[in-house]
Design a protein around this ligand. Structure first.
Ligand code: TTP
Length: 706
């Protein structure tokens, strides 16, 4: 559900830059003889000439559309040039497009905070650059204005018949009487025109842009005049723009919420929302969404441009339409292996180049059942902690798939079908890696970082079925995964799921990234000795082309070594999730994988495991320390978090070694006392009697959900 964020300032200058027919431009740069010709990029499969995924503007004039197949495009435009998307592992290989997108990002990020929103879209916060220009070289005093800036479309500008449009734009930019906000937008016009020209010069790609006071309006504007043009939304034109805008065209309103507004409230345009008081919208859709709707009707959006040049997640997906649907488990496993191989390769290059690691592996699928009435049931998405190494990712993804299939089709259906078709088909598969965080810069050695990662790796485990309810094949904005056939892009409602939105990637300029990357490669020789062997093997597997068998220790060994080290010396990492997170998650021990078994084995001595039985009644930690520290401790936390009332789950547990002491400080003092009592039962006794309601079990009770 969309969440309202207060407008941080109404004088921001935000641009949304969107490449024009991006894949076509990339292919045309490779084959310059195609420039200016009607061209389309098609999927590699030959059926009816393959599906079109990008169409040049020359071809669009002939009526060629993305929804067509190559053969249909030939019918409406016989001279169309069809270029096949590059192929690797039997599926589209988008690496060339990704790196072309990065070239553009590196140029656009020179003038302000830059957020890479998709493979070919970027948001820029140009407020500082515009303020500086206004102070030092205001547009009002410019004698010569660049031609590209003069071609801008300024919404609401009165271009009467016969008037010189460029002259009108020049006058608008030069206006002395303009208010501060319009003066800043005038600077934005000049800056964006310059950036777009620079992109063209350095990459040969054209792009279009929207310039406004917030992201929402900038995004709406960037698509209004394509290709290779820019559109400006002065605040005086916001109402005019929104009044007639169909409600479902608005970002986040393309799905259920948009449909509900249409059918339940009779809202057809964004402007129609203006008639409802905020309270009414809140009553119907909840406080946050109600306020968000009230705001968007007025063009208010406080969403900040995140400084993020790198994708939030990585994904690899493929669709299997019609007769190509996968109908046996081995067929699914074959394709999962391909997808995981690609994902693993990208994770390793992200680690190598950007020093970032992903923490969560998710499998999404779409499926059908031919037999029963329940065929509408969605294939559930499944997540688990991500282990580096192609083989491990493949193993985990396959187990996730099997868990999903069991749920989708029922246990017996899976058991009996073996290699034979048993009434289900998979029409799309994708694997994604999310919760990508940079290796903390203060970490003195890579080995230590990985030790820290291992901690969170285990403690932040997501339950196997702790997923976002909806089987969503598409990844959220900022991720780079395209399923092969026309995955809807602009109008997708991405669930605001915590695991996606919490990810934060620090602002890195390209120089910093280069530095990070070179420092990583410098340390590589040294780190082979103390890095987690499995993680090391994962990267060596691809980047150095070595066999995993060269690596002698497995992750389990690493974990117990790590535990030993932790006993002597607590490693403090910035990246460790808060203890609240830790308590929210639990270890589902998915599919009996080796690492979960390893975890089970690690309880020793006073490192008793805390086991919170979701259905059990039990003792607080303080009570437990008196009752007997060797026993598992049961806390009454039934109904806690997302798994409220779910009797199927039995317990979650973790070792005390997996709690970073630094996060304990985040808890209320009473809870800290309890934990200290638990950790050092002999040394420590609480000074105060624990107050009613302040025990850890109460703290995490349903009424105290964070
Ligand atoms: P878009 O920005 O949606 O489209 P575009 O750049 O081709 O054209 P426009 O000028 O209208 O913006 O998508 C960017 C690229 O993403 C596109 O060139 C191909 C790829 N893509 C797919 O592979 N499948 C899809 O369903 C969509 C929408 C895009």
């Amino acid at each position: 559900m969309p969440v309202a964020k207060p407008e941080s300032s109404d004088s921001r200058v935000i641009a949304h830059v969107d490449m024009d027919c991006f894949y076509v431009q990339v292919e045309q740069r490779k084959q310059p003889q195609l420039r200016g010709l009607p061209t389309a990029v098609v999927q590699y499969n030959e059926w009816k000439g393959g599906a079109l995924i990008a169409v040049s503007y020359e071809a669009r004039k002939f009526g060629v559309k993305r929804s067509m197949r190559g053969a249909e495009a030939k019918e409406v435009c016989p001279q169309i040039q069809l270029v096949q998307v590059p192929v690797a592992r039997g599926k589209a290989d988008l690496n060339g497009y990704r790196s072309a997108g990065s070239e553009v990002v590196s140029i656009l990020s020179r003038r302000g905070r830059c957020e890479r929103a998709s493979i070919d879209e970027v948001y820029l916060d140009l407020t500082d650059a515009a303020e500086t220009m206004l102070a030092e070289n205001p547009p009002q005093s410019l004698e010569k204005i660049d031609e590209e800036a003069l071609k801008s479309h300024i919404l609401g500008l009165n271009n009467e018949d016969g008037s010189d449009i460029k002259e009108n734009v020049r006058n608008w930019i030069n206006r002395h009487s303009a208010d501060h906000r319009d003066k800043l937008l005038a600077c934005g016009i000049l800056i964006v025109a310059e950036l777009r020209m620079q992109v063209l010069k350095e990459t040969e790609f054209t792009c279009s842009a929207g310039i406004a006071h917030n992201k929402m309006l900038a995004k709406l504007a960037s698509g209004m005049n394509k290709p290779s043009q820019q559109t400006v939304v002065p605040s005086s034109s916001v109402n005019g723009l929104l009044n007639t805008l169909p409600i479902r065209k608005m970002k986040q309103l393309g799905g259920k919420l948009g449909i509900s507004l249409q059918t339940d409230m009779g809202v057809n345009t964004v402007g129609d929302l203006l008639q409802f008081p905020e309270e009414k919208l809140q009553e119907r859709y909840g406080v946050n969404t109600g306020t968000w709707l009230w705001n968007i009707a007025r063009g208010i959006s406080g969403e900040a441009v995140e400084g993020r040049l790198l994708p939030k997640s990585h994904g690899s997906g493929k669709t299997f339409t019609g007769p190509r649907a996968l109908k046996t488990v081995p067929a699914v496993q074959h394709w999962l292996n391909q997808l995981c191989e690609e994902l693993s390769e990208r994770l390793c290059s992200d680690l190598d180049q950007n020093k970032r690691m992903a923490h969560t592996l998710t499998l999404h699928a779409r499926a059908y059942k031919s037999s029963d009435s329940d065929s509408q049931k969605k294939f559930p998405s499944k997540s688990c902690p991500l282990r580096y190494g192609t083989a491990k990712i493949q193993e985990d993804a396959f187990n996730l798939f099997q868990a999903g299939l069991r749920e989708y089709i029922g246990f017996y259906g899976v058991k009996t079908q073996g290699n034979h078709y048993s009434g289900w088909g998979i029409t799309s598969l994708s694997v994604s890696a999310s919760k990508i965080v940079p290796i903390p810069s203060g970490t003195c050695s890579i080995a230590k970082y990985f030790h820290g990662q291992s901690t969170s790796h285990f403690s932040s485990m997501q339950p196997l079925d702790n997923v976002n309810g909806e089987a969503m094949l598409l990844l959220p904005p900022g991720s780079e995964c395209y399923s092969e056939v026309n995955s809807p892009k602009a109008e997708v409602d991405f669930p605001k799921e915590e695991s996606w939105t919490e990810d934060t990637v620090p602002e890195l300029d390209l120089q910093e990234q280069k530095d990070l990357s070179s420092s990583l490669s410098k340390t590589q020789d040294g780190f082979t000795q103390d890095i987690s062997p499995s993680l090391l093997s994962a990267c060596l597997e691809q980047s150095q082309n070595k066999q995993e068998s060269d690596i002698t220790k497995d992750e389990g060994q690493f974990k117990s070594e790590y535990n030993k080290e932790r006993k002597g010396k607590r490693v403090k990492d910035k990246g460790t999730p808060s203890i609240l997170e830790l308590f929210k998650s639990y270890n589902p021990y998915p599919f009996g994988s080796s690492f979960s078994q390893e975890l089970k084995k690690t309880a020793e001595g006073t490192d008793a495991r805390l086991t919170i039985g979701l259905e059990s009644k039990g003792h607080s930690l303080a009570e437990q320390s008196e009752v007997g520290k060797e026993k598992p401790m049961h806390c009454s936390s039934s109904g806690y978090g997302r798994d409220e009332g779910d009797g199927r789950r039995e317990a979650w547990s973790y070792s005390i070694d997996e709690i970073d002491p630094s996060v304990i400080d985040e808890l209320p003092p009473e809870i800290q006392d309890e934990i200290k009592a638990w950790v050092h039962p002999h040394k420590w006794r609480p000074n105060n009697t624990v107050r009613r309601g302040c025990k850890i079990s109460h703290y995490f009770s349903p009424t105290k959900k964070s």
